[in-house]
Design a protein. Structure first.
Length: 528
């Protein structure tokens, strides 16, 4: 039997309290050097707090951290970086208008300067760990897979030997996930240690050497991937068995709920972001949009919501709403789960009951006779908290105190509470654990059964395939082709989104042909 590798990280008895809540309670985790160690758990289980403690952003109230056998007490991320710990956040922290080299060097100019020595170091790291990226390329010209590599190079450049990766595959297509996992294995082969945070359990099982499960702030199990299934892992996370997936049953009617014709959006510089999009969503239909991020999904949603100027027409349940304000569109029955919940979905410093009213101040139960009815809003917030299982000490808690998944459940509950005719759902389960994901899916399926039309934007291809009645692929601002969710695989869809496929199916061939035509039409220097 092979000996266990020496510990790179030991967390012993870690406890962290905040007012009214214990985020971590007596957590014990040992991470072997040169391994990929996954940490999984529900939203609010304490994973983020634990990683912030390891990275020096928080101090534990109790417990000990040992790095390569030596006890440490970090009071800042700078001290953690100095000890060889690097953190790659879920949302890329890159400046699009700077080059790869400029992004990597920014804030670390003292290490290798800003010229040839820095370039040589970046190229050395890229070659050593299989992270090939051109240091002189502008970040805005890179795909999401390359951007992920730049983030990893940034922490390696600063001397990290222990990498914390927070949801690193959230925006990657399957082929990019495979490439990332190959990079991670190369890193561990060179002796580096990876702590991998993810809600995608099949990915955890495929890449991790060991898995720790956290539930309600404490460790409940440490398992090997070979000894557990994804369903068993999910059960450990939530403390009870999840319901079996529902059989697909069509609820699509012939009645249009949302119709978009000739929708075109230009950037401030006059570049076409959305190019003549036509789509129709029927009552009882989920229309899924698949595409690599940055191909116009955000602009499409914002144009339909009235948040961005656009040419073309938009009709909601037969009424043309093209000239209507965002507020009037929402009052008419256009629900909205935004991609960026902090920017467009919540007032983070406000209590939950005020966030329940956000965007619906003029509607019942939030107002009556022109006045806000705060008592009714509070009572309805309590209903949403219970019905949507929002984990919170109470409705007076500020939204920023909730985990990302619980913030998302509050937003979904708020939007569903006004019986929308159409729900625009942009990445509704991004960063959400399997239990919350299943609950949100159930709410969408039930509302769809009751006649709701849904426009679903998601980077989770399993989610798109599992929820959608109709699938369309967006590329460079155009809807280029359809795919059948009953037969298409995530791999085929991923290839279609990038316009590349080996031995493609007829559906993928049509998509790839359309993409190639778009490439031919693109001005020189703008081709993807």
């Amino acid at each position: 039997m092979a000996a266990e590798p020496p510990a790179a990280v030991e967390l012993s008895g870690i406890t962290k309290r905040f007012p009214g809540v214990v985020a971590n309670s007596d957590i014990h985790i040992t991470v072997g050097r040169g391994t990929i160690h996954a940490i999984v758990g529900e939203n609010g289980a304490g994973k983020s707090t634990l990683m912030k403690i390891l990275y020096g952003m928080y101090r534990p109230d109790e417990g000990e951290i040992r790095i390569n056998g030596s006890a440490v007490r970090f009071t800042s991320p700078q001290q953690a970086i100095g000890a060889g710990i690097g953190m790659v956040h879920q949302h890329f922290m890159l400046a699009d208008n700077l080059t790869v080299q400029e992004n990597v060097v920014l804030g670390a100019e003292k290490l290798y300067g800003i010229g040839g020595k820095a370039t040589a170091k970046i190229r050395e790291i890229s070659r050593q760990y299989g992270l090939e990226v051109d240091p002189e390329a502008l970040v805005e010209e890179l795909g999401v897979g390359d951007r992920q590599r730049v983030e990893i190079i940034k922490v390696l450049y600063r001397g990290a030997k222990i990498l914390i990766l927070d949801e690193p595959t959230a925006v990657l297509v399957p082929q990019e996930v495979d490439e990332l996992f190959g990079n991670l294995r190369q890193l561990t082969a060179e002796g580096l240690t990876i702590i991998f945070i993810s809600h995608k359990l099949h990915e955890v099982l495929s890449v991790a050497d060991a898995i720790t499960v956290i539930r309600r702030g404490t460790t409940v199990a440490s398992v090997l991937p070979a000894d557990v299934t994804a369903r068993e892992l999910a059960t450990l996370m939530v403390g009870s068995e999840l319901p079996s997936p529902e059989t697909r049953e069509s609820t699509v009617t012939t009645t249009p709920a949302l119709t978009v014709r000739g929708l075109t959006v230009l950037s401030a510089a006059g570049r076409t972001l959305i190019d003549g999009v036509d789509l129709t969503i029927h009552k009882g239909e989920v229309l899924g949009i698949a595409g690599v991020e940055g191909n116009g999904q955000a602009e499409l949603v914002e144009a339909i919501m009235g948040m961005r100027p656009a040419a073309g027409t938009v009709e909601l349940a037969g009424d043309e709403i093209t000239a209507w304000s965002t507020r009037k569109r929402r009052e008419a029955g256009l629900g909205y789960v935004p991609e960026d919940r902090h920017r467009h979905g919540l007032l983070l410093e406000a209590p939950l009951w005020e966030n329940r009213m956000l965007g619906h101040q003029t509607e019942s139960p939030n107002s009556g006779r022109g006045l806000l009815t705060t008592g009714a809003a509070r009572k309805d917030t309590e209903r949403i908290v219970e019905q949507y299982d929002v984990r919170t000490p109470g409705i007076e808690v500020a939204a920023h105190a909730l985990s990302g998944g619980n913030q998302q459940k509050l937003i979904v509950g708020r939007e569903m509470s006004h019986a929308p005719k159409v729900l625009i759902a942009a990445h509704p389960t991004r960063g959400v654990d399997v239990g919350a994901q299943a609950a949100i899916w159930d709410h969408i399926r039930q509302a769809r059964h009751d006649g709701l039309g849904v426009l679903l934007i998601s980077a989770d291809l399993d989610e798109l395939i599992g929820l959608s009645d109709t699938l369309r692929v967006i590329y460079r601002g155009k809807l280029v082709a359809d795919a059948d969710p009953a037969t298409v695989t995530p791999e085929q869809l991923g290839l279609a989104m990038t316009g590349a496929a080996e031995q493609p199916s007829p559906a993928v061939e049509r998509i790839s042909a359309a993409v190639e035509e778009l490439k031919k039409e693109a001005p020189k220097g703008e081709q993807a």
